[in-house]
Design a protein around this ligand. Structure first.
Ligand SMILES: *Cc1c(COP(=O)(O)O)cnc(C)c1O
Length: 464
C-alpha cells in the first residue's frame, strides 16, 4: 500500500487523483492534462495548496464554512464524541444526547413553530426527505392527489434523483432521466437576465404570480408544496425584487400550499439573520438545512418541520430515514458550531459591522467597465458581467465564456470566486475581516481587468 501524504510532489498527487478519483460536477477526462489544485490546509478565510500558495476563499468552500476554517473547538468536540459514542442510530426507539441537544437548539433558533428536526447527511437528502414528507402529509390528511411540488427554473436543491428534479437546472435534468414525475417548474425572479423593460418590482410580482397560475392550471387539489431558496445560491446569487416573497406567501396561504424554504445556503447567518426566511419576511412550513449547520466540518443536513406538519407525520409510521440520520459526531460538531455562531455574535457582527463594509466595497465593483450590476445581501453577492451596462446585453459567444475567463484569473490571483454563467459570485466565511475584504476586492478587480482583456483579445467583448 502506498502512503499518500501532503509531502508527495504535486504532480504525483494530481496523477493519482486523475487516475482514481471521480470529481463531482467536472469533466473528469480533463484532469489527465490539467491536474486539480491540491488543497492541503486552511485557516480562517485562507486555504493553502501543495505548492505553498495561500488562497483567499471567498466562497467559504461550497457556501458552508460560515465560522471559517481551523476552529480547534470543533475538532475537540468530534474527538470527544468519537471516544464516548462514535455511532448509534435513532431508528427503533433509541436516541442519544448529541441529537437531543442539537434538536432542542435548532427548535430554539428556528422562527415560529418550526420545532421538529428530521436529519440527513446532506442538503440533497434533506430535500428528498421533504418530497416524501409533503406527499405523506397530504395523504394522511385524506388528500392523496396533492402530490405536485412546484419549484423554479434555475433553483438548486441538490443533485440526487429527487432534489435534482426539484432543482431547475437543465444541465442536471438532461442526465439520468430527471425530473421525476409530479414536479412543476415556474420562472425565477432574475430581473437582470429576464426582466426586459419591466421595473424590478413589477417583474418580481409577475414571477410570483406564476405560482398562482400554476396552481390554477394544475388544480389546487393536485399541488402539495412550493419549494424555493430565499435567495438562489448556485443559480448565481439571485436576490429577488422586494415584491416577490410577500406575493409568494400570500399565494401559499390562499391555496393552502406548504411552503418549503430551502435554507441550505441562506441558513445560519448567510443573509445577515439566522435564516433567510427572516430576511425575506416569510413563514415556511418546512426548512431545509445543511452546509452552515456544521460550517462544513461534518456532513449533516435536515428538515425542520412546523408543529402542524410534524403532528400529521407523527401520527403515522413514516418509513424514511438514513443510517446516518442524526449521527452523534456530526450532531455534536453542529451544536458546537451553533455555540460559536451565537456566543461570538458572528451574525450580529456581520449585520452591524463587516456586512455594511462588505456591501459598500462589493458594490463599488459596479464601477468596473465590465460589471453591470453588483448586488449583495449579508455575505452572498453577485456581479453581472456585460459588454453593455445600459442594455444589460449578453456577450457574443458562448454564455459563461467570459465568466470562466474571470474565474481562471481569480484562480491565478489566489482568490476563490465562482462563476455562474457570466455572473461572478461570492459567499465568504461570515468571519471575514475588513482587511480581508479589501484583499478580496483588490483581487476581484484585477481579475476582472485581466478577464476583460482576454475577452477583448478573443473578440467576444461585444453584445451578442
Ligand atoms: C448545496 C445545496 C443543496 C444540496 O446540498 P448537498 O449537501 O450538496 O446535497 C440543496 N439546496 C441548496 C439551496 C444548496 O445550495
Amino acid at each position: 500500500m502506498v502512503s499518500i501524504t501532503n509531502h508527495m510532489p504535486t504532480a504525483e498527487l494530481q496523477a493519482l487523483d486523475a487516475a482514481h478519483h471521480v470529481h463531482p460536477f467536472s469533466t473528469n477526462a480533463g484532469f489527465a492534462t490539467k491536474g486539480a489544485r491540491v488543497i492541503t490546509g486552511a485557516d480562517g478565510c485562507w486555504l493553502s495548496d501543495s505548492e505553498g500558495e495561500k488562497i483567499l476563499d471567498a466562497m467559504a468552500g461550497l457556501w458552508c464554512v460560515n465560522i471559517g476554517y481551523g476552529r480547534d473547538e470543533l475538532a475537540e468536540v468530534a474527538a470527544r464524541q468519537m471516544k464516548e459514542l462514535p455511532y448509534y442510530n435513532t431508528f427503533f426507539m433509541t436516541t442519544h444526547v448529541p441529537v437531543i441537544a442539537l434538536s432542542a437548539k435548532l427548535a430554539e433558533l428556528a422562527p415560529g413553530d418550526l420545532n421538529h428536526v428530521m436529519y440527513s447527511s446532506s442538503g440533497s437528502e434533506a430535500n428528498d426527505t421533504n418530497l416524501r414528507i409533503v406527499r405523506t402529509y397530504w395523504a394522511e390528511k385524506g388528500k392523496p392527489s396533492k402530490k405536485v411540488v412546484i419549484a423554479r427554473w434555475n433553483g438548486y436543491h441538490g443533485s440526487s434523483m429527487g432534489s435534482g428534479s426539484l432543482g431547475g437546472m437543465k444541465s442536471i435534468h438532461s442526465q439520468g432521466g430527471l425530473p421525476i414525475p409530479d414536479i412543476h417548474h415556474i420562472g425565477q425572479p432574475d430581473w437582470w437576465s429576464e426582466g426586459g423593460d419591466m421595473s424590478p418590482e413589477d417583474f418580481g410580482l409577475m414571477r410570483a404570480q406564476e405560482l398562482e397560475q400554476a396552481i390554477l392550471e394544475l388544480g389546487e387539489d393536485k399541488v402539495a408544496a412550493f419549494i424555493a431558496e430565499p435567495v438562489q445560491g448556485a443559480g448565481g446569487v439571485i436576490i429577488p425584487p422586494a415584491t416577490y416573497w410577500p406575493e409568494i406567501q400570500r399565494i401559499c396561504d390562499k391555496y393552502e400550499i406548504l411552503l418549503i424554504a430551502d435554507e441550505v445556503i441562506c441558513g445560519f447567518g448567510r443573509t445577515g439573520n439566522w435564516f433567510g426566511c427572516q430576511t425575506m419576511g416569510i413563514r415556511p412550513d418546512i426548512m431545509t438545512i445543511a452546509k452552515g449547520l456544521s460550517s462544513g466540518y461534518q456532513p449533516i443536513g435536515g428538515s425542520i418541520l412546523s408543529d402542524e406538519v410534524n403532528a400529521v407525520i407523527a401520527a403515522t409510521e413514516f418509513n424514511h430515514g438514513y443510517t446516518y440520520s442524526g449521527h452523534p459526531v456530526a450532531a455534536a460538531v453542529a451544536l458546537e458550531n451553533l455555540r460559536i455562531l451565537e456566543e461570538e455574535k458572528v451574525i450580529a457582527r456581520l449585520q452591524d459591522d463587516t456586512g455594511p463594509y462588505l456591501k459598500e466595497q462589493f458594490e463599488s465593483l459596479a464601477q468596473h467597465p465590465m460589471v453591470g450590476e453588483a448586488k449583495i445581501i449579508g455575505a452572498m453577492g453577485s456581479l453581472a458581467l456585460t459588454p453593455d451596462k445600459a442594455t444589460r446585453a449578453k456577450f457574443a459567444g458562448k454564455e459563461g465564456a467570459v465568466g470562466f475567463m474571470v474565474r481562471e484569473r481569480c484562480f491565478a490571483n489566489n482568490l476563490v470566486m465562482r462563476h455562474v454563467g457570466d455572473r461572478m459570485i461570492i459567499s465568504p466565511p461570515l468571519v471575514i475581516s475588513k482587511a480581508e475584504i479589501d484583499t478580496l476586492i483588490e483581487r476581484a478587480w484585477k481579475s476582472l481587468d485581466e478577464g476583460m482583456a482576454r475577452a477583448k483579445a478573443e473578440g467576444i467583448f461585444k453584445a451578442a
